[in-house]
Write a new protein. Structure first.
Length: 181
């Protein structure tokens, strides 16, 4: 599975170029209709060609980037995928209750995080040591809250609540508890 940072970087470049193209079209149109001495004329063929190219590029960009989301194929085929390791985590009173002091995972293993809330809606996010997020999900009491993830490189990760659950929720951090070897 591709790392989410690589996907985010690629999508940022692609969508930035696309947005700059749209802004250029808007600026060109604004210039044409506000030019001194000219009366407004309907846009020419070049304008419509540019709009057509942007539409085709925008639709293509969405279709292409859909398949770059690293977890989409795993989610689509989830019924056929068996987790290599399963962690049952409970959340109550603004605390994560982990099944072990360290959650150990081997590279290329598929890990299932089953998270159950006993009282409030919490978030469950896994964060790299540079504080960037790997993934997150909402944890709703009385519902199945699980996420399946495959780790392709070693690392040490922290768990944080990513959902507002009151002032105490900001301190819901378990530092360096997920270890991928």
């Amino acid at each position: 599975m591709v790392d989410s940072q690589v996907v985010l970087w690629g999508q940022t470049i692609a969508y930035t170029c696309y947005t700059i193209s749209i802004i250029s079209l808007m600026a060109w149109f604004a210039y044409k209709i506000t030019k001194q001495g000219d009366t407004y004329k309907a846009p020419n063929k070049l304008f419509y060609a540019f709009v057509s190219v942007l539409i085709v590029a925008g639709v293509s960009l969405h279709i292409i980037t859909y398949n770059t989301i690293p977890w989409s194929s795993m989610d689509i085929n989830r019924a056929d995928i068996k987790a290599d390791v399963v962690f049952d985590i409970t959340v109550a009173n603004h605390e994560f209750q982990l099944p072990a002091e360290k959650l150990m995972i081997k590279v290329e293993q598929k890990a299932m995080f089953n998270v159950y809330s006993k009282d409030l809606t919490y978030g469950f996010g896994l964060f790299r040591q540079d504080n960037s997020m790997v993934f997150q999900m909402q944890v709703v009491p009385g519902h199945l809250n699980d996420i399946l993830w495959q780790f392709n490189s070693p690392g040490v990760y922290s768990i944080r609540s990513t959902e507002y659950s009151g002032p105490k929720g900001a301190q819901m951090i378990e530092k360096d508890v997920v270890v991928v070897e």
